[in-house]
Design a protein around this ligand. Structure first.
Ligand SMILES: *Cc1c(COP(=O)(O)O)cnc(C)c1O
Length: 410
């Protein structure tokens, strides 16, 4: 690499940071001592200062002082209230269709199981893809074993993702549910959610979108596109903190008919009557199972508020900008080392991360962590750079790329 290249890369990054309309957001995060670059916000988002304060207030006031009274005062409604906030700000969902609770895995199980039951014995096929996140595949396998549903596997190009053509080929008059991720966790490929949803509906099937890597960074407009069901993470781009629960979305038109399988007392129409038989609560309340994980849940709201204040479009624009910067810089800085960009070059088809591949990346990634440069590793040879628009600077990205270059030059 020529000696002027690092300077040019850093200058470019500084100019992009200076004109970044979201640059003020970075100061809202808790500082991380010694950190050079954090590029894994799509596995665990950084905490906002406001979230640290909110959790302290929760422990000292809501829990410490109000004690059990807080359930009546605010916590019983929290899964629905927070769900509505995520729906409004991030999903394009009208109120009363989104609930927060359970891990993504469990929420996915509940909604997929409900969808398979609603599709009925005439439509026993679940369409899904071999590149989806493991939990999605494993949950579907379990449901197939439990119900006799048949899994119809789509095999996308791993560097890309599921296209409408591939889905069309998999759909039959026996398809009950199509289960896909909106943004592929490895490649960041953005599936054509409106078109695939339309195709599934034309074939008489329901769609369940996994939004783990899109929520808080890409628009999804679930209501406008007629999506049936969706789940997503809150500890990635929504900054809810380690183990923060998932959200589930069920379109209003399906809520009456769909029955989720984990019939707990908190989803009952009258939990505190503690009566003999289960009667599902109305609307999204019926999709709750047990006691809401309040401690894990409260942190989500600060990031949702922040996204609302800057606008989701501005967040999405910066994700595109950061991705573009990485792809152009890799060409210049790492191309001669044989590093490949595995993510889509097309800005419209790429989510909030960029995955690079090189045979030495398993070892390089460990060395990067030791140097306080923190990306993610994905089998077999991928370094995944998570680009969180609210907390990631162009300068951080430049430093990470230069460290990768230095390690590959060793
Ligand atoms: C991160 C992720 C999950 C995580 O599931 P958990 O139950 O929260 O561990 C599920 N699906 C996708 C696509 C993911 O990216």
């Amino acid at each position: 690499m020529s000696a002027v290249l690092p300077d040019r890369l850093r200058e470019q990054a500084a100019a992009l940071d200076a004109s970044d309309p979201l640059r003020h957001c970075r100061d809202l995060y808790l500082p991380a001592d010694g950190l050079v670059a954090y590029l894994d916000g799509n596995s665990l988002g950084r905490p906002l200062r406001a979230t640290a304060e909110r959790i302290t207030r929760l422990v000292e006031h809501d829990w410490g002082t109000r004690l059990i009274r807080s359930w009546d005062e605010q916590w019983m409604e929290l899964p629905l209230r927070l769900g509505d906030r995520i729906g409004e700000v991030c999903l394009g969902a009208a109120p009363d269709q989104t609930v927060v609770g359970d891990s993504t895995t469990v929420m996915l199980y509940k909604l997929l199981r409900a969808a398979v039951a609603a599709a009925g014995p005439e439509r026993p096929e679940i369409v899904l893809d071999t590149e989806n996140f493991p939990t999605d595949r494993y949950v579907a396998e379990g449901i197939a074993a439990e119900t006799g549903a048949r899994l119809v596997w789509v095999e996308p190009d791993p560097a890309k993702g599921v296209t409408p053509d591939l889905v069309t080929d998999a759909l039959t008059e026996r398809t009950g549910v199509v289960l896909l991720s909106h943004v592929a966790y490895k490649s960041a490929w953005v599936a054509d959610l409106p078109e695939i949803t339309r195709l599934a509906h034309a074939a008489g099937a329901l769609v369940l979108w996994d939004l783990c890597h899109s929520v808080g960074v890409l628009r999804t407009d679930l209501d406008a596109h007629g999506v049936d069901l969706a789940v997503g993470c809150t500890y990635k781009f929504l900054g809810g903190g380690p183990g923060a629960p998932a959200f589930g979305y069920v379109a209003a038109r399906h809520q009456e008919r769909l029955r989720q399988p984990i019939q707990g007392w908190m989803g009952h129409a009258e939990p505190f009557v503690m009566g003999p038989g289960y009667r599902a609560g109305a609307g999204m309340r019926g999709f709750i199972s047990g006691t809401p994980p309040v401690l894990g849940m409260v942190g989500i709201e600060d990031t949702v508020d922040l996204i609302e204040s800057v606008g989701l479009d501005a967040v999405q624009d910066k994700a595109v900008g950061l991705g573009r910067y990485v792809i152009d810089a890799v060409d210049e800085v790492l191309g001669s080392h044989g590093v490949r960009v595995v993510s889509p070059p097309d800005d419209a088809r790429r989510g909030g991360h960029v995955t690079l591949a090189h045979p030495r990346f398993r070892e390089v990634y460990r060395q990067l962590w030791d140097q306080d440069v923190v990306p993610d590793f994905r089998e077999p040879d991928g370094i995944r750079l998570g680009l969180s628009p609210l907390s990631t600077s162009y300068a951080e990205v430049a430093e990470a790329l230069l460290r990768i270059e230095a390690l590959l030059s060793d």
